[in-house]
Design a protein. Structure first.
Length: 152
């Protein structure tokens, strides 16, 4: 949803993914460009290029490569809710004057505004229904970085 919303707001959107297999999907969702975080050349291409990165990943992942794509005074906004500590180099944060923040939902008014914006721009969520007994498998799939169709 973040890609779709940012695109509808008129932003140039760079999607970050671990997998080359997700490039087409990211472009369909609204990305102008895609950074493959597992590819050093792709990371070099996007080094110090982003004002804001919204990290929606809900499983533990390497964060320094993402931070290296922020411009000086850039902001990393974490919304993925990872229960495990995320390690980063404090001197990199200090010397580049980066900010790391977290965000929960914005309350009823902000949610209403977001729903209205989505309706106006015909932005709909992508949903996969599963039964409660499949929740462990869903978390394992998410943690592995694979899509439901087995691609990474």
């Amino acid at each position: 949803m973040g890609l779709k919303l940012a695109k509808a707001m008129g932003h140039d959107v760079v999607a970050f993914t671990r997998s080359k297999d997700k490039v087409d999907l990211c472009m369909k969702k609204g990305a102008s460009e895609v950074c493959i975080t597992s590819d050093p050349e792709s990371l070099k291409q996007f080094a110090y290029s982003c004002d804001l990165i919204i990290d929606t990943v809900a499983v533990h992942h390497e964060i320094m490569s993402t931070l290296s794509c922020l411009k000086k005074r850039g902001v990393l906004s974490c919304v993925g809710g990872i229960p495990k500590e995320m390690g980063f180099n404090q001197f990199f944060i200090i010397f580049n004057r980066l900010s790391i923040q977290g965000s929960l939902i914005g309350g009823i008014k902000a949610t209403e505004d977001c729903v209205a914006f989505c309706a106006k721009h015909q932005i709909w969520p992508d949903v996969t229904e599963i039964e409660a007994k499949e929740i462990s498998m869903a978390w394992e799939t998410l943690d592995s970085g694979k899509n439901n169709d087995g691609t990474r």
